[in-house]
Design a protein around this ligand. Structure first.
Ligand SMILES: [Zn+2]
Length: 141
């Protein structure tokens, strides 16, 4: 089933791509800010509410790598596990399978959190920070 993108997905996608400085985390190709051919790529799909807007579940992947890994989930999982380590992968798998119900108000909160995060990391970029900038998870206090 295709999961419809919502406004929270749009701002979160911006955050992910900005946090990786518009670089594909798989092939390391660099893109111009705003590039449409660099995507926010979910390990556990957007069907899982509990990890839909979790930075640890989402990578910046170029169109080519997103297609390749989307069509080859075994490789995607192996790559992500090598990157984050088996403990974080196990925790992410459990989190992804928790049934999280979100209201419209919850989603509006998540969107506003990531709008603020986007402003924060864009400001860090404008101060000359390059490379990966960690996003604060919407549930983090
Ligand atoms: Zn790529």
């Amino acid at each position: 089933m295709k999961i419809r993108r919502d406004p929270t997905d749009a701002v979160f996608s911006q955050c992910i791509r900005e946090s990786y400085n518009w670089t594909c985390t798989y092939c390391h190709k660099q893109f111009e800010p705003g590039a449409q051919n660099l995507h926010a790529s979910h390990l556990f799909s957007r069907r899982h509410n509990s990890t839909r807007w979790s930075p640890e579940n989402v990578f910046a992947h170029c169109f080519t790598c997103h297609n390749r890994l989307g069509g080859d989930p075994v490789t995607f999982v192996a790559w992500a596990e090598a990157r984050m380590g088996p403990e974080k992968m196990a925790a992410l798998r459990i989190k992804a399978h928790m049934n999280l119900k979100l209201t419209k108000k919850d989603k509006a909160y998540i969107a506003s959190h990531y709008r603020n995060e986007l402003k924060r990391i864009k400001a860090l970029r404008s101060e000359g920070n390059t490379g990966y900038l960690r996003l604060v998870h919407w549930g983090e206090t």
